[in-house]
Design a protein around this ligand. Structure first.
Ligand code: PLP
Length: 388
């Protein structure tokens, strides 16, 4: 069975060009970049080039890029660094819809005695900017606000937000794990101090990421050890994956137009056709300011997990809007923060496309999903009650 993979916000395939670039660094050029011989220097030179490619994608200087093991490490490094560098400030500002990489770390600091403000969003997933303004104080060590949401795809106005935060002299971090490679990003034009990105969302392998650290930003490393990454992240570099990330960033620059046009076109067609064919379905999130590859659709009176299982029989991969909390399926914190009705949140499915998806794959979903929903609703007492 052919797989129709539309779960790219969870992870992407490794691009063939990325794999090709990486392979020689496992078996041929396996030197340690810190070694004092030219064999090691080959790896070091390639890391330098990868750093330049990552920097070019986001408009930074190469020295402002720190390689990490993932988006989560980048987020943790940024938030911990801001807190350690500002020991007198005991407040963190973030949002109610962050990825657990930020959300759970902020909750950890809450338990440690920090004050944490979680800025709410409205029904369309848009951030309450006036609430944000009112809650930045002289005690705020960091504001950490994602660029784009992994579930709804909603994009926050990072330009405006970063100005508000920086006018008050507060460190600003953005988790741009879902935005990088899908939207044009230029850190010279926005006032961010730190920005997280992750390899496996942009056709590089899992287990590699990067943190942009604006020159002059107070910093303290999370991993203390050797002198790697300019003393900002100890540990022998994951050479092959870093080279893969560099290649992926180079490819991503070339994909930006395609994301905005072809990928968005496929997403829009999928959405329009599904809404046309399936009654009582709704899009979760602001349709205007949204990642071009993402749609989260709530199908009333069915369970997301049942939809996923039935789509799986046709080889269709997507994700649901639920999280398994203490053995029961709860709508995700993102959909709850948006106030999506429980009946729709429970039946929400996120499709997230890639540059490799084809029109035929979209047709496969359009053909197979409507009868699945009909069948599940026929079995649902809630649906029967709702339609009488
Ligand atoms: N931040 C966002 C918005 C994400 O979507 C993810 C992964 O889904 C992460 C952070 C974590 O990235 P990683 O899986 O590389 O740790």
């Amino acid at each position: 069975m052919k797989i129709v993979y539309t779960d790219n916000n969870a992870t992407t395939q490794v691009a063939p060009e990325v794999l090709d670039a990486m392979l020689p660094f496992f078996s041929q050029f396996y030197g340690n970049p810190s070694s004092m011989h030219s064999f090691g220097d080959t790896a070091d030179q390639k890391i330098k080039q990868a750093r330049e490619k990552v920097a070019a994608l986001i408009g930074s200087a190469p020295e402002e890029i720190i390689f990490t093991s993932c988006g989560t490490e980048s987020d943790s490094t940024a938030i911990r660094a801001a807190i350690l560098s500002n020991p007198d400030r005991k407040h963190i500002l973030t949002t109610r819809v962050e990825h657990p990489a930020v959300k759970n770390l902020c909750e950890y600091f809450l338990k440690k005695g920090y004050r944490v403000t979680f800025v709410p969003v409205d029904r369309k997933g848009r951030l309450d900017i006036s609430f944000l303004k009112k809650n930045l104080t002289v005690d705020t060590a960091i504001a950490s606000i994602m660029w784009a949401n992994n579930e709804s795809g909603v994009i926050f106005p990072i330009d405006e937000i970063s100005q508000i935060v920086k006018e008050r002299g507060i460190i600003f971090h953005t988790d741009a794990v879902q935005a990088v490679g899908k939207l044009p990003i230029d850190v010279r034009k926005v006032n961010v101090d730190m920005l997280s990105l992750s390899g496996h969302k942009i056709y590089a392998p899992k287990g590699v990421g990067a943190l942009y650290l604006r020159k002059g930003t107070k910093f303290s490393p999370f991993l203390i050890g050797g002198h790697q990454e300019g003393g900002r992240r100890g540990g022998t570099e994951n050479v092959a994956s870093i080279i893969g990330l560099g290649k992926a960033c180079e490819l991503a620059r070339g994909h930006l137009d395609e994301q905005r046009t072809r990928v968005k076109g496929l997403r829009d067609r999928l959405e329009t056709e599904l809404l046309k064919r399936i009654p009582e379905a709704m899009i979760n999130g602001d349709q205007e300011h949204r990642l071009p590859n993402t749609t989260s659709i709530g199908f009333e009176y069915v369970e997301g997990e049942s939809i996923l299982l039935m789509m799986d029989r046709f080889g269709i991969c997507a994700s649901s809007g639920s999280a398994c909390t203490s053995g029961s399926l709860e709508p995700s914190h993102v959909l709850r923060a948006m106030g999506v009705p429980f009946t729709a949140a429970h039946g929400s499915i996120r499709f997230s496309l890639s540059v490799y998806n084809t029109p035929e794959e979209i047709d496969c979903i359009i053909d197979n999903l409507p009868p699945i929903i009909t069948r599940l609703r026929e079995m649902s007492p809630f649906w029967k009650e709702a339609v009488g």
